[in-house]
Design a protein around this ligand. Structure first.
Ligand SMILES: [Zn+2]
Length: 260
């Protein structure tokens, strides 16, 4: 209420008041597609690869700077910057999974494996379940990720699951937990080729990605023995946590529905 007894509503608030997120959009998907300029649909693998090269150069440059400076004045800046870069690698791998990186499935899969394995994501396992997520976005029963838990299911959860899912700081580990055992109430794992997430003809893809993930874990164990746990935590572990934080807080407002 303003001093003259008048309610003031900022333009942003006005838009929010008018916006009904549950209403059907006033346009069709085909209209959006036809509004996008033709050249935006042309995939240029060289351009895509240049983004990968740019991001990898930045990641290694930051690593070199952190090792060289080894200063507590620089470490917090490094964690912020490198966490953002790890997220950038995740996004490029995500584009490989969607096939928007290039028209070559082989190139998409090779680059996707390199990028996602580096940040401990099983490329094919996640790619396949992510498709289910997009096909059922916001559907509380059928969406694969980012769905609120019904009260009934929450009450049925055992103590350990509740503790690790909802007690700070454990929710920050929700993403790796999701990769290992999906969301509460759903069975299967992104690492297990026999998980109900996958069709029989997809099992060989899942095995490949789980193998690549295992190689990365082995490399981290090796690096741990070379540089020590604390240095590995500072160089890799904390930036990796950055991906998890971005993943956790990237969805602020979302329409959830059921039974459609
Ligand atoms: Zn996506």
């Amino acid at each position: 209420m303003g001093s003259l007894g008048v309610d003031f509503v900022s333009p942003n608030e006005e838009m929010e008041l008018e916006f009904d997120p549950s209403a059907l959009p006033p346009f069709k998907l085909s209209e959006i597609r036809s509004a996008i300029p033709k050249h935006c649909w042309v995939k240029n693998p060289w351009r895509s690869l240049s983004y990968v090269l740019r991001d990898i150069v930045i990641v290694f440059a930051l690593l070199a700077m952190a090792i060289f400076l080894d200063s507590w004045k620089f470490w917090p800046l490094y964690w912020g910057l490198q966490g953002t870069m790890f997220w950038a690698l995740f996004v490029l791998g995500h584009d490989c999974g969607h096939g928007s990186f290039s028209d070559s499935t082989l190139l998409n899969n090779v680059v996707g494996h390199i990028l996602h394995s580096f940040i401990l994501v099983p490329y094919h396992g996640w790619r396949i379940s992510h498709k289910t997520h997009h096909q059922n976005h916001g559907n509380v029963e059928a969406d694969e990720s980012w769905v609120p838990m019904p009260e009934k299911l929450y009450k049925e959860l055992d103590f350990t699951t509740k503790f690790f899912r909802f007690k700070v700081p454990f929710p920050l580990l929700a993403y790796p937990m999701y990769l290992v055992s999906r969301s509460p109430g759903k069975k299967g794992s992104h690492f297990n080729p026999y998980s109900e997430l996958f069709q029989p003809n997809e099992r060989k893809f899942v095995v490949t990605s789980t193998l690549c993930w295992t190689i990365m874990v082995a490399l981290l164990f090796y690096l741990n023995s070379v540089v020590g746990s604390l240095q590995l935590l500072k160089l890799y572990g904390i930036p990796y946590m950055g991906i998890l934080i971005i993943n956790e807080f990237s969805v602020l407002k979302l329409v959830i529905f059921r039974g459609l």
